[in-house]
Design a protein around this ligand. Structure first.
Ligand SMILES: [Mg+2]
Length: 360
């Protein structure tokens, strides 16, 4: 089944202004959609950014990846992943290259599902299962009232967990915000915090310790992803599990965290990690090391992928919901999600809904 044609489109989707301690203000999501034709079928993939770099991702696909994969066998997903990784190695080894590889890899898995007539989770060798979901805001700039209103919305949707951004300049403010959210949700709801790499390891320890007594479910990205030793130290010295993954752009990066016992929960994102192929490897590493798993954004793909994990504790229902742009938005029932049963990924963008946001 030879790859005949690959086409991309680029969109700028407006977001309600939001932000976190690491990435600053965010008001746009870039979306790169991709279709890949082979054997009379069309696989659909995509990539995204939080507002910058998307045109470069699209250019990497159009200018560099498409010429290397047209004419290749679409069923050799692993081989094509290695080809893209190797040919982009000099400028890649992660970063933007992983976002570009991901768009193609997602389309290849989708195409494989269409050709087999099976949903993605089944292709991964998994059984469909319900995954608990948590409500996740990108809420650092929100007032305390705004944060509590958002949290009430999460509770109304039945989520068994909620996550709050931390990293306000005044540590006392983080404490007051977490105390207020804990007071609102009570002790039966899991409460995660996310620092988005705001601090060095020393400060991350100090800031984390001030919040630990609120009963945190995990402490996400306490410091920069390059500081694996720092994460390992925080994991050793704190009882709260460290969670990472959205900023890891290859299986090699996950491998270091697992080998150095630097995290207890691996969070997959099949776009930022470099594709379904890459995230699946991360899940297998978690299984081998006895770690739990969760997801970052990518709600629809992750509902499939987490079925292939031994201990998928949560799927993130992210603030950048793609729902308005999808033909079939993901259903959340009693705060839980299931993978779709249609062949492939089940993820299809609504072209009419996206049309006003198309850009070049
Ligand atoms: Mg995060």
């Amino acid at each position: 089944m030879k790859i005949e044609r690959v086409e991309t489109a680029y969109y700028r989707l407006p977001l309600e202004p939001m932000g976190d301690a690491g990435h600053g203000a965010i008001d746009t999501e870039e979306l790169i959609t991709l279709t890949l034709d082979a054997g009379g079928l069309t696989g659909h993939g995509y990539s995204y950014t939080i507002g910058r770099g998307g045109r470069a991702v699209r250019s990497l696909i159009d200018d560099d990846i498409v010429p290397m994969i047209v004419g290749q066998d679409a069923t050799d997903i692993r081989g094509l992943w290695e080809l893209m990784w190797q040919r982009l190695l000099y400028v890649g080894r992660g970063g933007l290259a992983s976002f570009a590889i991901a768009a193609v890899d997602v389309a290849l898995w989708d195409l494989y599902g269409l050709s087999e007539g099976r949903p993605l989770y089944a292709l991964l060798g998994a059984e469909a299962r319900e995954i608990p979901a948590y409500g996740s805001g990108v809420d650092l700039p929100k007032s305390l009232d705004g944060l509590l209103t958002q949290t009430e919305g999460f509770l109304a949707r039945g989520f068994p967990g909620v996550k709050v951004k931390i990293g306000r300049p005044d540590p006392g403010e983080d404490e007051r915000r977490i105390e207020a959210v804990r007071g609102l949700v009570g002790d039966d709801i899991d409460l995660m915090v996310d620092a988005n790499m705001a601090w060095d390891a020393e400060e991350a320890l100090e800031r984390g310790r001030r919040l630990e007594h609120f009963g945190l479910y995990w402490y996400e990205e306490p410091t920069i992803p390059e500081d694996v030793a720092g994460h390992a130290r925080i994991s050793r010295e704190m009882d709260v599990p460290v969670a990472i993954g959205e900023s890891l752009h290859s299986p090699h990066e996950f491998r270091r965290y697992v080998d150095e016992k630097a995290a207890r929960i691996l969070q997959i994102d099949p776009i930022t990690n470099g594709g379904i192929t890459a995230s699946l490897e991360a899940l297998k590493m978690a299984d081998s090391a006895g770690l739990s798993t969760s997801s970052h954004y990518t709600d629809e793909l992750s509902a499939h992928l987490l079925c292939a994990s031994k201990d998928p504790v949560y799927l993130e229902k992210h603030a950048f919901a793609l729902d308005p742009y999808l033909e079939e938005p993901q259903l959340v029932t009693d705060g839980r999600v299931r993978p779709t049963e249609t062949p492939g990924t089940g993820l299809r963008f609504d072209k009419e809904a996206l049309a006003p946001y198309r850009a070049s």
